[in-house]
Ligand binder design. Structure first.
Ligand code: SF4
Ligand code: SF4
Length: 81
């Protein structure tokens, strides 16, 4: 059986300011803020738990999130650019 495709957020760390709005609107709590290189950026820590609702992308004031279609993401899937 073919694995279903689903959309998950692709976060551009260059555009992300670490404001946390996407984390706040994510109902299943699969986004968190990660400190790296002296600044915070949003990261998807559980791709399998993402419902693909795209609320995070809609809420991001800085256009840092693009929804990307992937095949059956797992909890350990790394979605990055
Ligand atoms: S809402 Fe956008 S800018 Fe703010 S933390 Fe999330 S991805 Fe980064
Ligand atoms: S698409 Fe929805 S469930 Fe997935 S990370 Fe964004 S807000 Fe959370």
């Amino acid at each position: 059986m073919k694995a279903p495709a689903r959309a998950v957020p692709l976060i551009n760390p260059t555009r992300c300011t670490g404001c946390g709005w996407c984390v706040a609107v994510c109902a299943p709590r699969v986004l968190w803020l990660r400190a790296e290189g002296g600044r915070k950026t949003s990261a998807l820590h559980d791709a399998a738990g993402c419902t693909g609702c795209a609320l995070c992308a809609v809420r991001c004031p800085f256009g840092a999130i693009t929804m990307l279609r992937v095949k059956a993401p797992t909890a350990s899937s790394k979605i990055s650019i």
